[in-house]
Write a new protein. Structure first.
Length: 459
């Protein structure tokens, strides 16, 4: 790929045609008026026409024109005592062409700018003033223009059909984007236009990721593009890829080699092993005119892959749903194992795969009436997805009285608990106080009976 060079070619036209119409009309016998402050006198005879526009004109026949000082007078459609008279003022048209001649731009190396001012109209243009401001670029070797007060200038006239060429050389000591600001003025017209150029790095390094967020256990590709912007080979001394802990390189085609004048692409296959935010860094040392070090980096987030569970209730039937959160890829080699004190929850079929965005039932239509009121049941779901061995511990609360069930807690390895709803403490049937009251009541009865017997004995 060629280096990024903004080669701009500007063509500027005045909004005029090559001739401006002053008068155009059919005249019968005579016409005597002022147009644009100039007296126009027309007399139509039987064999000829007399036209006088200021000091310009004379006797003309049918289909005859006369020109003087950019004024053109024509006679057409002539009949006895009647003719069409057309008077035009010829004008110049300025075309400005400005471009970077060189295809390859380098720092510390002069590149050529060509400016062409051309008059494509029918009349001369006088008092043309052209100016370029090169900014921070160094000016050298001008031809057809001058250098004054940091500006490249040219002043002069352009005859009809003529052009003027100005060439000069610019150089930059650094890489980057630069603007050459240009102005051309004539006939009270001013046109401003800039020419943008880019001086690229000798060696451009670009890092490309398929996506900047991946799931743990998934592989992804890092592409490194080296672009030599010089016309000579670049010798690479060091080519290091710094991959932080939590990521692992699986395959790579990186090797030390000279980079020729072209684009070279390298690919690294990486596995995200742990959750976290990472910075992938490439360090390259190369030798051009001197030794240079380039450090480029790319940010990546690895998210823990997790199944999505939810409870569905239909009348007094409870179902536990698992859904594939990956919208782009099917999940295969996935298995579930459940352990519960409810027999129905242990009768779960193996789910071998989940298509992208689809759902399956771990258990379906378990009757709430089988549950003791307000009891919490724990359920362990074990699954394997690619390189992820994981398990989720779920707590499901059944409320027999109101016919509801909800997933109130979910714990996964390395994960913090996620509260779906406030946990309702297990409610127990409080019968102990009835027994206590009964015992107290019996003790009181016994005491009363004894006191009654003592009272009778005394009598």
């Amino acid at each position: 790929m060629k280096p990024i060079v903004y080669i701009l070619c500007f063509l500027f036209f005045l909004s005029y045609t090559s001739a401006k119409e002053i008068f155009s009309d059919v005249v019968i016998e005579s016409y005597n008026q002022e147009i644009n402050g100039v007296k126009l006198n027309i007399i139509i005879g039987e064999e000829s026409v007399s036209v006088k526009y200021g000091n310009i004109g004379g006797i003309l026949q049918n289909d005859e024109c006369r020109e003087l000082d950019n004024i053109k007078i024509c006679v057409s459609e002539f009949e006895a005592l009647k003719a069409k008279i057309t008077i035009e003022e010829k004008e110049g048209i300025l075309i400005l062409t400005k471009n970077v001649v060189d295809d390859i731009l380098e720092k510390d190396k002069a590149f050529k700018i060509m400016v062409v001012l051309e008059n494509s109209g029918e009349a001369s243009i006088s008092g043309v003033k052209y100016e370029d401001d090169p900014g921070d670029l160094i000016v050298d070797n001008l031809d057809g223009c001058d250098y004054n007060n940091g500006k490249i200038i040219w002043e002069g006239n352009l005859l009809a059909g003529n052009k003027h060429e100005c060439t000069y050389y610019l150089k930059s000591l650094t890489t980057g984007d630069f603007s050459i600001n240009g102005i051309v003025s004539y006939n009270n017209e001013i046109i401003k236009k800039d020419l943008e150029v880019n001086i690229p790095d000798e060696l451009s390094v670009n890092l490309l990721l398929e996506e900047d967020m991946v799931y743990v256990g998934k592989k992804f590709n890092l592409t490194i593009i080296l672009e030599n912007n010089l016309e000579k080979d670049i010798k690479i001394n060091t080519f290091d890829i710094k991959i932080p802990d939590g990521l692992r390189i699986l395959n790579s085609n990186i090797k030390l080699e000279d980079i020729k004048y072209k684009e070279k692409e390298y690919n690294i296959e990486i596995l995200a092993e742990k959750e976290g935010n990472y910075k992938l860094e490439v360090v390259i040392d190369y030798v051009s005119n001197k030794e240079v070090k380039i450090i480029k980096s790319k940010d990546l987030s690895a998210l823990r892959w997790d199944l999505d569970f939810r409870i569905e209730v239909n009348d007094d039937k409870v179902s536990l749903v698992v859904e594939n959160p990956d919208e782009g890829e099917d999940i295969t080699d996935i298995h579930f194992e459940t352990i519960s004190i409810l027999k129905e929850l242990n009768l779960v079929k193996d789910i071998n795969s989940l298509k992208a965005g689809n759902k399956e039932y771990i258990f379906k239509d378990v009757t709430i009436n089988n549950a003791v009121n307000f009891m919490l049941y724990s359920l362990t779901v074990k699954y394997n997805y690619k390189d992820i061995n994981d398990s989720s511990q779920l707590k499901i609360q059944f409320n027999r009285d109101i016919g509801e069930a909800s997933l109130i807690e979910k714990k996964t390895e390395e994960n913090i608990s996620i509260q779906k709803e406030p946990i309702i403490e297990e409610k127990k049937d409080n019968y102990w106080w009835i027994g206590l009251i009964t015992i107290v009541f019996l003790i009181v009865i016994v005491i009363l009976i004894k006191k009654t017997n003592l009272f009778k004995n005394k009598i």
